[in-house]
Design a protein around this ligand. Structure first.
Ligand code: CP
Length: 307
């Protein structure tokens, strides 16, 4: 089976079969990263541009590693080192990058919809690496891969997503993906961090962490996004932590074999206690490892590879 799309813009656009195709392909790429020589010639001659207009550690690095492990040439552009600082628009920049004839452009941007605009503008495949508070599809795919690897399935699992749901593109993509794959999703956070009518996305809503994580299989903690507009939506970090920090006491409410996930970066002691982040239930670094495989799978499938 092939991925017939030109672009990967959001999980909302993906069918169950397409999600399974990406996860199965990613599974087959895991082995490459365990070899002594971590490189295959699959994408030799292809060029991938990583255009990151917002900071990133995991996503940018793993896209670069994914491209290199598949033998592609990868080029990284950041906001501070590009001609954006001289006033160039995103549209002009995209047209200039298109003129250099790359095969894939990976973009992270603080404006929701920026990847969608580029996808209409240029002939290359566009991958959304996070657009504003809208979607972060590759994060949700690596999260689903991690859940499937550990639990053997996604359908029927109970998943709690806790924290700043309103500003979280990770939450939005995971809600689309997990509900489509048959999981039961619960969200919890301060009322000011829960989007209105979030129930319409097919989730159950709680205002207390303790209610949301009771008997769940997966706890997905989210970071307070201090770089986005957060004034007056919670009293203080200490107050937030008192109510919404996952710790050794409240984690006992979840199933004994519950997994703890976090997309990173972590605010230790704010949304997650350090001993939980580093403890036996945590799969946070497995998420990062799987991120390379998921991104290899997407680069491969979008450039014409078959499952
Ligand atoms: N999870 C995630 O997107 O991390 P980065 O911001 O470091 O890429």
């Amino acid at each position: 089976m092939r991925l017939t799309k030109k672009d990967l813009l959001g999980i909302q656009d993906l069918s169950v079969d397409e999600i399974n195709l990406i996860l199965d392909t990613a599974e087959s790429f895991i082995e490459v990263s365990t070899r002594e020589i971590k490189k295959v010639p699959t994408l030799r001659g292809k060029t991938i541009i990583n255009l990151f207009m917002e900071p990133s550690t995991r996503t940018r690095t793993s896209f670069e590693i994914a491209g290199k492990r598949l033998g592609a040439d990868t080029v990284n552009i950041s906001a501070t080192t590009s001609s954006v600082v001289k006033g160039e628009t995103l549209i002009d920049m995209a047209r200039n990058l298109e003129a250099m004839n790359p095969d894939v452009i990976v973009i992270r941007h603080n404006a929701s919809g920026a990847p969608h605009m580029l996808a209409k503008l240029v002939k290359q495949s566009i991958i959304n690496a996070g657009d504003g508070a809208h979607e972060h599809p590759t994060q949700a795919l690596l999260d689903m891969m991690t859940i499937k690897a550990r639990k053997g399935r996604i359908a029927g699992l109970r998943v709690a997503i806790i924290g700043d749901i309103a500003h979280s593109r990770v939450a939005r993509s995971n809600i689309y993906g997990l509900t489509r794959m048959g999981a039961q999703v619960t969200v919890a956070g301060p009322a000011t961090m829960l989007p209105r009518q979030i129930e319409q996305m097919g989730v159950t809503v709680h205002q207390h962490l303790e209610e949301a994580i009771k008997d769940v299989d997966i706890i997905m903690m989210l970071r307070i996004q201090t770089e986005r507009e957060q004034q007056n939506i919670f009293p203080s970090l200490r107050e937030y932590s008192r109510c919404f920090c996952l710790n050794r006491k409240n984690i006992r409410l979840a199933k004994d074999d519950a997994l703890v996930m976090h997309p990173g970066p972590i605010n230790r002691g704010v949304e997650i206690a350090p001993d939980i982040a580093d403890g036996p239930a945590s799969v946070i670094l497995e998420q990062v490892t799987n991120g390379v495989a998921v991104r290899m799978a997407l680069l491969y499938l979008l450039t014409g590879g078959k499952s």
